[in-house]
Design a protein around this ligand. Structure first.
Ligand code: LP5
Ligand code: MN
Length: 249
């Protein structure tokens, strides 16, 4: 193997514009010959069902399925904006949906992958909202509604979310440190990769107990794509979290 790429929080709304341009460029260049690409959630600004075949989704399916045919594994994890993304869209991309969390072996290192929202336990309004919309019965009822109605609900939820967030202290929207440690211990790993918080960075964590032979762990946080693109490139000899400038029109 050569490399594995991780991306999240692209928040794609359109097949036009800097975000889609950067994604297509990265998929054509950096992703060539990669072992796998993991999308760790919130690829789309709002996903209202696989039956909404928007141009952006079509474009992604086209490019990703050709990468997949050339041997690159394509994996999708749900985010809080696109948790309704289903097997149908994943397979149109030649990919698979994976659970949140998922533990993978990357060139000999065990790593836990997450979207990141489940770690934000101090955001109790969000935790309650999450529990409600992740209920299968609730989702089934929502998906049975007409597309236009679903679009309007999504738009409304986005507005309510933005309004709610502007009143939240910024630290409650970050991960809870104890939850991070719990999860590292539970999965017996020294490395975690997630997105969601839009605070790209690499954190060193002191563990209260020996985990998988060490008391040190790292948490890699992917970045959101509003200002620039972010990719984590993972190789057998190490990793880089890289910002990539959007090309101006
Ligand atoms: O997304 P972002 O970055 O703005 O903030 C998130 C949390 N918000 C969300 C809501 C999504 O943005 C909404 C997108 C929906 C698209 C899918 C459509 C399908 C919907 C139907 C499903 C069956 O995830 C935000 C966090 C923030 O991350 C940081 O972690 O704080 O949480 C909230 O904003 C939640 C609010 O605090 C409380 C909820 C307000 C809405 C109330 C309606 C509840 C009933 C639902 C009925 C439709
Ligand atoms: Mn998110």
């Amino acid at each position: 193997g050569t490399k594995t790429l991780f991306l999240s929080d692209l928040h794609i709304e359109s097949d036009q514009g800097p975000i889609m341009d950067s994604l297509l460029r990265i998929l054509h260049n950096d992703a060539k010959g990669a072992d796998a690409i993991y999308f760790l959630g919130d690829v789309f600004e709002a996903w209202i069902g696989d039956d909404d075949d928007c141009p952006a989704a079509d474009k992604m399916a086209e490019v990703l399925s050709s990468l997949s045919q050339n041997g690159t594994g394509i994996y999708f994890m749900h985010g809080n904006r696109d948790f309704l993304l289903g097997d149908e869209f994943a397979s149109r991309c030649g990919g698979k949906l994976i659970d949140d969390p998922t533990v993978v072996d990357l060139y000999g290192q065990r790593v836990v992958l997450m979207h990141g929202d489940s770690l934000c336990t101090r955001d109790s309004a969000y935790m309650e909202f999450r529990q409600q919309v992740r209920d299968p019965a609730w989702q089934q009822a929502f998906l049975a509604r007409p597309l236009l109605e679903r679009m309007m609900v999504a738009q409304q939820l986005r507005q309510q979310s933005q309004a709610a967030n502007s009143n939240k202290a910024s630290d409650i929207m970050d991960v809870t440190h104890e939850e991070v440690i719990k999860s590292l211990v539970k999965h017996d790993v020294n490395l975690m990769i997630h997105g969601h918080t839009h605070r790209p960075g690499i954190h060193t964590i002191r563990l209260p107990e020996d985990v998988n032979g060490s008391t040190e762990a790292h948490r890699i946080v992917l970045g959101a794509w509003d200002q620039k693109a972010w990719i984590l490139e993972f190789r057998p000899d190490g990793y880089d979290l890289k910002p990539v400038a959007h090309q101006s029109a």
